[in-house]
Design a protein around this ligand. Sequence first.
Ligand SMILES: [Zn+2]
Length: 1085
Amino acid sequence: METYYVSRTHRAYAQVGIASVCFEAFFWTSETRLISPTGFSADGRPSGWSEEPAASLCLSAGTDRRIHYMISKGGSEALLVALVNAGRSFSPSYTILLPLLHLLAKVGHRDRRIGVKAEEAGAVLLTLNLLRHNTQHGSRAAACLWAIQVFCSSVSTANLIGANHGLDVIYGLIPQYSTKHLHTIKYVRLMSCVCLCLSLTEANVSSVVSKGYVSGLLRLYEDWHSKGSEHVAIRHGLLRCLHKVTHSTAGRQAVLCQGGIRLLYETTQTCLLSKGLESLVELSVQLMRKCLPKTPLPLTSDQSAYNFPLPGGPHAVPEMDAEPDESSDESDDDDAEDKPEADYDDDLETDLNKLRLRPDPDRPKELLPQYSRLCPELLHDFQELDLSSEPDESSTASSSSSSDEEAVRLNSFPFRCSRRDRRRSTARSDSETEAKGHTEVDAEESHHRTMIDKLLERHGACIPHHDPRLYRAAAAKTTSIPGFSILAFPDFWGHLPPPGHEPMAPRKPNIQRHKVFEDVRRFLNADDIIGQIVFDLEDSSLQCPSDSLKFFSKFECGNLRKAVQVRRYEYDLILNADANCNQHTQWFYFEVSNMVADVPYRFNVINCEKSNSQFNYGMQPVLYSVREALEGRPHWLRTGTEICYFRNHFCPARGRKRTTFYTLTFTITFKHNEDVCYMAYHYPHTYSALKAHLKVLQNSVDPAKVFFQQQNLCGTLAGNWCPVVTITACPASRGWRDMHQLRNRPCIVLTGRVHPGESNASWMMKGTLEFLCSSDPVAQSLREAFVFKLIPMLNPDGVINGTNRCDLNSKDLNRQWSKPDPVLSPTIYHAKGFLYYLNSIGRTPLVFCDYHGHSRKKNVFLYGCSLKETLWQSGSVVNTAGLKEDPGYRTIPKTLDRLAPAFSFNSCNYLVEKSRSATARVVVWREMGVLRSYTMESTHNGCDQGIYKGLQIGTRELQEMGVKFCHSLLSLTKDTKALYSRTNHIDVDHNILDHKSHNCFEDDEPPCVEEIEYSTDCPTLKGTDLDSDVNSNMASSDEEDEGSVGQSQQSSMKSRLFPHPMRQASSEALSEKRNGVSINGQIIS
Ligand SMILES: [Zn+2]
């Protein structure tokens, strides 16, 4: 039926001269479906209609809903046919054509297929011809341009126009509309139109470039700019054109060759002086960033400086470039918020079988008994309880752990290195000052030992649970790829959280722009750039100027590959990719010395990979001053001003696929001359620190009360140990009842630091460990209720070698849990094996939690697993009503929300994503059936809620979080019995289950005052912008002499053409109409 109306309407258009009125009738028809075919009078107009209301209706067609409906009924085709019919005439009537073109612009803008339709109708070249004949006529030219623009939404149409020299016609319009005789608005319209015509096809862009239009556009911009501070809209239009052209390499090249960057830089500097030119500055800055030539990182290879021969020979090294790049699933639980929600939902697991049914075990049962040794509390006979003698360490499974400690006690520990390949580094002179940062562990041992002892004697800080000598002893046994022989001072000396809290750093207004200007100046004044390499991890013989900063990073957890002095007080820093790999740069930790006090130094880490960072939201890096430490302030402090994080113009050294790097820039003003300082992404926590800490804890517990056992889970690829710690309460006696209680305590398994760059995980783990070993009554209750199994560092090799994400096999270990390779991912293979074992002996953990750090969110929160919530969220059709799910997985987060100030319940979610199917959390939940299987994510930055709101997180707060996590386990103690009596019903608050509220996928950052601009795209024009531009063209379309249309006249015309409620085109107005309110006397229902 309606198609019929359309054809009737076509006919009507063809028949009558007053075409515009008929289009309106068409709208009316399709919108209201009231007029029957017979409702048209002989001249094609709806019977009984006057022209006046129809005109109003036409112009009110601007609501999307109506237009879309109209399009679906063939409206675009109708308009195109009418246009072709009217335009073919020898002397076309512009009274008809102009409104037609305007309508087409509005309608076509919302019709995705308008280009194809216009081509089919023969309207494209016709409109181009109309344009050619009307280049002297502003309104008509503009109307044609609008129509051409919407036609160009199709690539083939854009090409068609390009092939018929349309671009020349369009470009030719620009100079004609020069300063004196053109309305600004109209000019801009032309500009935008040109942009959009150009935008789509490479062919068009290269034709524009080859004809020298880029230079023309730049000169025009300069010309308009020099005419004073008005003409903002025109300049804006010109910049938009340039943006379109610079989508292509040729366009960027042209801007560059034509001196565009200097021109934009200089014009922008003057724009900064006047108000109201913000939009120009922003567009110019983006253009400059886009056109700056790509600069390869000053590296000979993108491959990490640390390479490790993997078992199985070189073929075992994964093909690095074969991995997908930026889009790769390098994100952890961590990066879920990067994805738009729709994508995220797509990622949710909807296969009920995959969610519910356990897959077959990944190994034969016979392999499990080997893990019985990791349950020493079950094997131990606690004879000493009867004998009330000294605890006998040798009776426990771990035997090789105490030698170093004893050696240190006896002060006779020889600093021999056990490593075959240890390279003795050039002995660093220690004659300078005692502030010398690093201490050598293997050179001139006795001399150094004496020096260290003296230092400790004189300045030694009393840091709880830290002993520098134990640290040194532990570090001597740590194996690294490069064979570290130097300790970083902070790790050795220890860190105390500073008194008081550290607020997030305020972001300086326009800081990013300011930094980009500085970077552009590097390009413009290349001669002023020093460009001297002052540190190279791979070249220890490098000499650097005596007045430059000195860098060093060849120590545990260290990461800095190269430092380049670019200006007197500015350095570019390049991070080392993860070992055996060419990506994942983010973590840094290095030593800096030879500084001058009270001078701001700018540091730029230029090869960061994540696309956004908490450094844009108040986070600061941390700094440790040796001099301060020796004066009694051994603190890692949040430091740095002028911090921001933005995309830069560097590219990989050697054709790696990734094309984008980000700069983290910050400025540090050192307090002392001749200090040695350390800087890091986050509070470092080394593997040796863990080993030393475990030793301290072992020494600290009362062995009659606390069963504390450290064992080796397995050897790592590099040959380090992966510690497993068992903590529980010793039984009160060896009586049957007490021993039975011990052997039936549920297990809690906690793991951490699978991602080496997430040192916050280690600090939380430190809090947990210390608390569990403490004499706190809660800790005592917990030990009596549970057996704790902790694997504090699942990735020792990664941590030691300063990688950010991976293990030495360049794999993200938290993606290996489904089928861990026993040789290449031993820690995961055995951790999983141990969990299988617990499962097999009926001791499935009550809780599993893997500690992580989150680089882009605030607060601390948990990710858990819920079958029902996942199905709900994914919109799955599976009927969940019949599914039983114990809501107990919410107990811990809910308790933490009350107990832990840094914790945010609202940031938790319990969804099972396909992309996370091989993470510890999901595998332990699905394969071991652990209901409470979590990832605990801690911010690197700080909190935006609770008592820590606005503060950066410190090690005190991280350790506190580790303690609070333990506290929250108390909430499970009443349930334990129920669980182990196999009723499988945990009595927790069922009423807290609220599936719709707590899924936080949205970026939880408020917008920065300064927009964080990563895309260099020019914002696209919105439909509403187009409408208003078209409308304003309509307003003046009757006028031949545009110059004569004054502002007031224009607006009065507008008000005539657009009756207020119509012009608003608001849904209220529409719904009123639909409810039968009469407009201009016409009853419509
Ligand atoms: Zn992580």
